[in-house]
Ligand binder design. Structure first.
Ligand code: C2E
Ligand code: CA
Ligand code: CA
Length: 751
């Protein structure tokens, strides 16, 4: 996943988390709002119920006071007050008051004269109504009309605090003759209002007059300021709502509202008492009221916040982790662990970008000549260091818009912005100098040699092909990919895509080249050589496809196919009654080591009923040099089954006489290069060696075959050296089976 993709994914994830958080927030908000609303409703109901309860208690209190006054009034009615001496009446009043808890008790006659007894102040026998305050007068006058009355509250002159007055009429017959009045402290309400049970012990109830003045203000109050005379003085009512509230009070309506005090939300409720315009004023803080609900709301809030914080934390933690592991993955996916250079995958991605943009560039495939030897000489550690140093040097050399990678081992690809051949060569020259300086320094005097293939505006494969074209040369350091290479590549692709079908349709033909007895000049055998006769009739020679088949593994199949063709040909001779000659078949290294090689060979000779001694298997000299014991074991198995084994091309590579002595072969084929140099190029030393080899082979009991006998002189020379057989153009080129038969195997043919 690249960085952009990851970022997009994370953005989507973040958006999702934010959306989920918002939804959660919304839900929580709705729940909280709903809870608060329910709480308010609940509080409203609670306040209303409690106010009603208090109202009842107030009325109960008043009723009991009135009842008391009524019984006293009835007693006075019976006692004929008018006839009673004033002092005696005053004493009687004193007795009554002492037995009750009124502040004062008074009697006013119709004419206005009165008697009053005040607790602690004694009795005044002559206290006119006119001396009383307006509130008392009003209540008394109301009772003179035959009604029970309660006065408004007023400041008592004789005792602390405010008092109010009850008054009841006193009758004589149907006539109201006077009024019995008693005043009492409002403390009696204050006691009630201070009760801890108010609003579940959290709220407070006050009593106010119709104009908002506090009549009784609870000692314990939410609003701490003392001396507030009206609800309009405190924080209760915002100024702009005063008017409206006043008119509500005037209409004796109940009011439910809220205010803020010391940062808390408080609710209040105004319930008209139904007497003198009085109101019960209940107030409570929301948190107190919701004491049980609040912790839950708080917990929900905190939990939500924690979840939110956790989500945000996890999001960012996840983001950083994903980023980190992505960076690591990118490193693993795009970078070479040893040198830290980018790898081929990354290089090809970047290259693709350049190709799409139709930019000017060239690809260089750079390689170290015989890096394997460097590793062997200096050790793997130093080899690794050399690669790192080369990486550094290349990195330092590249300019803007240029990049490189290490593909594998010692193969580097570079993309440079040059396209001109001469400047690329010059650039490569400089680069090699830099690399040598950086890589080797004073370390050693190893002749580091680098070579590279260049594909101008091409791809990595083309640069590599160009590079491989000079792999085995020492003189060329730079090769450009061109039409010839292109054609070669095309041909290779064509061959690879057709080989299987060609094998199945019999396009691979058996050609035979005779092997002659050098002494008698008679036919002694033949070598099977493959020719590829393509659909269009053209012929491909082994040199065109065998090396490719060896590298792609197809050679093993082809070789067995050739063995089969040889078997078929031998069978045909046998069937025709023609005395057969042995035929040699070339066997590639791959096939020789295949597990079921023996069984397959055996089954072929079995199927065609061919004596195995008529088949000679030619193995390459290089094969023997590697695993002598394995090879000998293999050869022994072939001998057991009756096959003959020949060593091909002896003397073409790093031949060793030691190997020759140890190898249990039956025949030695001397490479044609030997004869060419010894005979035609007059190389006397070579001649001597050849002579010794033939001599050695003879002593080892091996038959010898000279390859590349092109002239009679060649044949004579080899015969003189003691070589037994010759093969070459002097006798015949490889020819197709039919031609070989007519030329060598017909009864009339000279053998
Ligand atoms: P080789 O096994 O050494 O075969 C001899 C090659 O030398 C043949 O080339 C032959 O045409 C050529 N030759 C024969 N006489 C002369 C001569 O007097 N002068 C010169 N200059 N050349 C001569 P060819 O047929 O092109 O085969 C080339 C190589 O391809 C063979 O070399 C062999 O290694 C390989 N090859 C051919 N057929 C097969 C096959 O069926 N299987 C495998 N594995 N390799 C094969
Ligand atoms: Ca051969
Ligand atoms: Ca050969």
């Amino acid at each position: 996943m690249d960085e952009n993709k990851l970022r997009r994914l994370l953005t989507r994830m973040t958006a999702l988390v934010v959306a989920v958080c918002l939804i959660l927030l919304l839900i929580t908000g709705v729940i909280v709002a709903y809870s608060i609303r329910s709480l308010r409703d609940y509080m409203y109901e609670q306040m209303q119920a409690e106010a009603q309860e208090y109202k009842k208690r107030i009325f109960r209190q008043m009723d009991s006071d009135f009842q008391l006054l009524h019984s006293l009034a009835a007693f006075l009615e019976l006692s004929d007050v008018a006839a009673m001496p004033r002092q005696a009446f005053a004493d009687g009043l004193y007795q009554i008051n002492a037995a009750n808890d009124f502040v004062s008790i008074a009697y006013f006659a119709r004419e206005g004269e009165g008697v009053i007894d005040t607790l602690g102040y004694g009795t005044e026998a002559d206290y006119p109504l006119a001396a009383c305050n307006e509130d008392v007068k009003k209540a008394v006058m109301q009772s003179m009309q035959g009604e029970d009355a309660v006065s408004r509250m007023f400041e008592s002159e004789v005792s602390d605090g405010r008092v109010y007055v009850y008054s009841v009429p006193v009758y004589e017959g149907d006539q109201v003759v006077g009024v019995l009045a008693a005043s009492d402290h409002l403390d009696i309400f204050a006691d009630i209002l201070d009760g801890d049970t108010v609003l579940g012990g959290n709220g407070y109830i006050h009593m106010i007059g119709s104009e908002g003045k506090f009549l009784v203000r609870s000692e314990r109050s939410i609003v701490k300021e003392s001396g507030l005379s009206s609800i309009f003085d405190g924080p209760y009512i915002p100024e702009d709502e005063e008017e409206e509230l006043l008119s509500c009070l005037a209409r004796q309506e109940s009011v439910f509202s809220s205010f803020r005090y010391e940062g808390q939300e408080c609710l209040f409720y105004l319930e008209p008492v139904g007497l003198n315009g009085w109101y019960l004023f209940c107030a409570n803080t929301v948190s107190d009221a919701g004491a049980s609900l609040y912790p839950i709301l708080l917990a929900v809030g905190i939990a939500f916040f924690l979840v939110l914080a956790l989500a945000v934390f996890l999001l960012f933690y996840g983001y950083s982790q994903v980023r980190k592991s992505n960076t690591q993955l990118v490193r693993l996916a795009y970078y070479d662990a040893l040198t830290g250079a980018e790898n081929a995958l990354r290089f090809s991605q970047k290259l693709e970008g350049c190709q799409q943009q139709a930019e000017e560039y060239s690809i260089l495939a750079l390689n170290i000549r015989h890096f394997k030897f460097y590793n062997e000489i200096f050790g793997k550690k130093m080899g690794d260091r050399l690669l790192c140093d080369i990486t550094q040097a290349i990195r330092a050399d590249l300019g803007e818009g240029e990049f490189f990678c290490r593909e594998a081992a010692d193969l580097f690809y570079l993309l440079i912005r040059d396209t001109k051949e001469s400047s690329i060569r010059a650039r490569f020259g400089c680069m090699v100098q830099q690399i040598k300086k950086a890589a080797l320094g004073e370390r050693n005097r190893y002749a580091l040699s680098l070579y590279c293939g260049v594909a101008v505006k091409g791809g990595m494969m083309q640069a590599l092909l160009a590079q491989q074209s000079i792999k085995n040369t020492y003189t060329t350091a730079v090769a450009f990919y061109d039409e010839a290479l292109h054609e070669k590549e095309r041909r290779k692709n064509r061959i690879e895509s057709h080989m299987q079908a060609a094998l199945e349709s019999g396009e691979f033909k058996l050609f035979l080249q005779p092997k002659m007895d050098l002494r008698t000049g008679a036919l002694a055998g033949a070598e099977a050589l493959v020719r590829w006769q393509t659909e269009d009739g053209s012929i491909l020679y082994p040199g065109d496809f065998i090396p490719l088949f060896e590298s792609n593994g197809f050679c093993a199949k082809l070789d067995l196919y050739m063995v089969e063709r040889v078997c078929a040909h031998l069978r045909a001779w046998l069937d025709a009654g023609i005395p057969p000659v042995p035929i040699s078949v070339n066997q590639s290294k791959l096939l020789f080591y295949e597990g079921d090689y023996m069984e397959r060979l055996e089954s072929l000779v079995h199927r065609y009923r061919v004596p195995p001694r008529l088949i000679t298997l030619e193995i390459l000299e290089g094969l023997a040099a590697e695993h002598l014991e394995d090879i000998n074991a293999r050869i022994a198995q072939l001998h057991d089954r009756g096959f003959r084994v020949s060593m091909d091309d002896f003397g073409s590579g790093y031949s060793s006489l030691n190997t020759l002595c140890q190898l249990k072969i039956d025949e030695l084929k001397l490479d044609q290069g030997f004869l060419r140099r010894a005979s035609r190029e007059g190389d006397a030393r070579r001649f001597l060696i050849l002579e010794q080899i033939v001599e050695l082979a003879r002593k080892l009991g091996l038959s010898t075959v000279a390859e590349g006998v092109e002239t009679q002189e060649d044949a004579d020379l080899m015969r003189r050296l003691g070589c037994q057989y010759g093969q070459g153009y002097h006798y015949s080129r490889p020819i197709c089976g039919r031609q070989f038969d007519s030329q060598y195997m017909e009864p009339s043919a000279a053998r």
